[in-house]
Design a protein. Structure first.
Length: 215
């Protein structure tokens, strides 16, 4: 049976207090509890803070281009159907550059798992508005506030008749672990939007803000 130590990779280089730490730890625990060995999983990512996660896990990984996580994951699954294939992406990576791939992965019901680190901001490139940034939020590139209504990824997934749709919160690790385990066990495309505070560039959707609202 695998242990958490088996999955230990490089030391993470996220900001202190980043929600990504909690997602990383929760994913490791979910895999260990499901008795999934490191050689039985491939984690695919693109570009962004959330996309750094594979660097910090000791297993099969592929770090590709911005927004192109799902095509790579689909290819891996097609050539190795027994492999568990997990995608990790940020809201910018997945919902902007990768939005077209997201729609068609849901439509095709590809048997891969997509976990989106949704912090409502571009963290790696220093705080621009992402597709899930609320209208009116001021950022470095939107000094008068974001002009667009935010994308609702859950509504999109339901409208696409995605076979597994869930939302978790990085600050509720027990419930998030339950969701991730169910997503991994599901046969078909699993989509999990994870609400994740960015402690550096998003001063509105903080851990305190979420804990007063999530249930």
């Amino acid at each position: 049976m695998p242990t958490l130590e088996d999955y230990k990779g490089q030391t993470p280089a996220w900001c202190p207090g980043c929600g990504n730490f909690l997602i990383l730890d929760t994913l490791k625990k979910a895999l260990v509890e499901l008795s999934i060995e490191p050689h039985e999983i491939t984690i695919v990512s693109g570009i962004g803070q959330g996309a750094k996660l594979p660097h910090y896990m000791k297993c099969n990984t592929f770090n590709g281009l911005h927004g192109r996580t799902l095509p790579v994951a689909t290819g891996i699954k097609l050539v190795n159907t027994e492999q568990l294939v997990v995608c990790v992406a940020g809201d910018g990576d997945c919902y902007a550059e990768g939005g077209n791939h997201l729609i068609h992965a849901m439509r095709r019901n590809v048997n891969v798992k997509l976990f989106v680190h949704d912090n409502q901001i571009y963290g790696l490139t220093k705080g621009q508005a992402s597709p899930t940034t609320k209208e009116g939020i001021i950022t470095k590139t939107q000094p008068f506030g974001s002009l667009s209504e935010p994308l609702n990824p859950i509504s999109l997934a339901v409208a696409m008749d995605c076979s597994f749709v869930a939302r978790g919160f990085a600050g509720d690790m027990d419930y998030l672990k339950f969701i991730l385990k169910e997503a991994i066990l599901h046969r078909g495309f699993s989509f999990v939007d994870i609400l994740q505070p960015c402690v550096t560039f998003n001063k509105i959707n903080t851990f305190k803000w979420y804990k007063e609202r999530v249930y």
